[in-house]
Design a protein around this ligand. Structure first.
Ligand code: FES
Length: 112
């Protein structure tokens, strides 16, 4: 039913949760991680249940991961590239500090 773009996909080296992975390079981050056997992309903020890509077309947001330090990226919508540092997204995301906040007095960058 579905075909890859290439019969002989090039492999690229990425990092997932600090571990090196060689994945097919001609697809999205979500498809590449699934091909490499990754099944936990994020966890829910309330129960911590594991989640993984569902729609593969940008509609369900089950595939959110942190890519190169940027949280909440839809991995099914981002082409995989060599050298990417990807992390699973556990629980709720933090908000950035408010503009003008005194960062020296905050317990961390998120005022917690
Ligand atoms: S898998 Fe549904 S938005 Fe990415």
């Amino acid at each position: 039913m579905f075909k890859t773009l290439s019969d002989t996909p090039t492999r690229v080296d990425i990092w997932f949760n600090g571990q090196p992975l060689a994945v097919p390079g001609d697809r999205s981050v979500a498809a590449a991680l699934l091909a490499a056997g990754v099944s936990r992309f994020r966890s829910t903020p309330v129960s911590g249940a594991a989640r993984a890509p569902f729609c593969m077309m940008g509609a369900c947001f089950e595939c959110l991961v942190e890519i190169d330090g940027v949280p909440s990226r839809q991995s099914c919508m981002v082409p995989v590239r060599a050298g990417m540092h990807i992390r699973s997204q556990e629980g709720a995301r933090d908000l950035p500090p408010e503009p003008g906040a005194d960062l020296d007095t905050l317990e961390n960058a998120h005022a917690r």
